[in-house]
Design a protein around this ligand. Sequence first.
Ligand code: PMP
Length: 441
Amino acid sequence: RADPHPPAELLERRAKAIGPSLSISYAEKLKIVRGQGPWLVDHTGRRFLDAVNNITHVGHCHPHVVAAIARQAGILNTNTRYLSELMLDFSERLTAKLPGDLKVAYFVNSGTEANELALRIARTAIGKKSTVVLDWAYHGNSGGMVDVSPYKFKRRGGYPQPDFVEIASFPDPYRGPHKGRSEAAGRAYANDVARCLERVRSKTGSAAAAFIAESISGVGGQVGYPDGYLRAAYEHVRAAGGVCIADEVQCGFGRVGAAFWGFELQGVVPDVVVMGKPIGNGHPLGAVVTTPDLAAKFANGMEYFNSFGGNPVSMAVGMAVLDVIEGEGLQERALETGRYMLDRFHDLAKRWPLIGDVRGWGLFSGVELVRDRQTLEPATDEAGWIVNHIRRQGVLASTDGPFDNVLKFKPPMVFGRAEADILCDALEAAFAGLAAIAPGA
Ligand code: PMP
């Protein structure tokens, strides 16, 4: 039976009813009507393998999570001005997954809100707004977050760097000025954080600042930093009296396989940890976890209240997501499937010179395309072509990075070898297809 509202009609209505700043993926737009595990189904009943949605961490419409939402929505949903063990249970369970003194949680509704709150906590503690960010970082969609997101304010439609923001060099082992993953490269990049702190000192009289960084960069093109980078950067920040914030919105909750949190791969313990996306498997939920000391400093008399943050339905969802991660061994699965995928990507790279770099940590990986492995000239159009080609074959991925030339993979964590093979076979066919129309690519 034909869909009464096919994509062409929806596109026309959308052009009038929805602001044009919101983009839609792929040359041929998709109308997705259902999801299950790592699969999405379009309006014609065709299945697509989802290799890019890291929000639906435990799989689309996981029955345990769906049941938790339905059950709690039928009992109570209200704000946090009444006592309830749900929020406490979730806070205690979540913070038990964190090292050190990270024991106090705040609950919000998105990654943006969580980063906003993390920065408020840090800025209250140090008594000023000074913030050091990484080049090419993205931390959220609010005005306050765009101010600390060079990915936004430095690009089209942007504006000059705010005077309270310093931008540290992006620690990219492949494309940046210091090549490779050595500790020496890590220290060299961290020295640029020290340079930023000196600028903060010259502007404000003290070098104390909030330092916010993803533990592995997502929109920067799936970039893991050289060894010891965050350790050295945190040392500089703390020596200056600053506060270190880890944005785990993309890489947290076991995705990186070898650890539950991305920052653990860098051997650091942040002062504030920001969580979003996977924490609610698609339900709007975010969290900030910090130390009792910073939480006490933040309680300076100005209340923090959030109408929806910490509501019982969200808390039930958070618990259900942790149940599934633990019960289905998804972190271990991410490690195993991730290793297998990386092997297959390396194998592709042997045959297709277009692939300049392959990198991955569990189910968070990237394949960077270049026209020349010496000059690293970005193969932006080619990356877009590949993504659209595999979409036509039924596999969904996307591109990112400063030049939009990195194929990005961060599938639901239920991805196994069978799914990895479907993805890699589609890539194989796409690279062959591209070589056929553009020999030399
Ligand atoms: N931080 C990072 C690293 C992100 O990738 C995103 C979303 N892409 C955010 C924060 C903002 O999260 P949200 O869209 O839930 O507000």
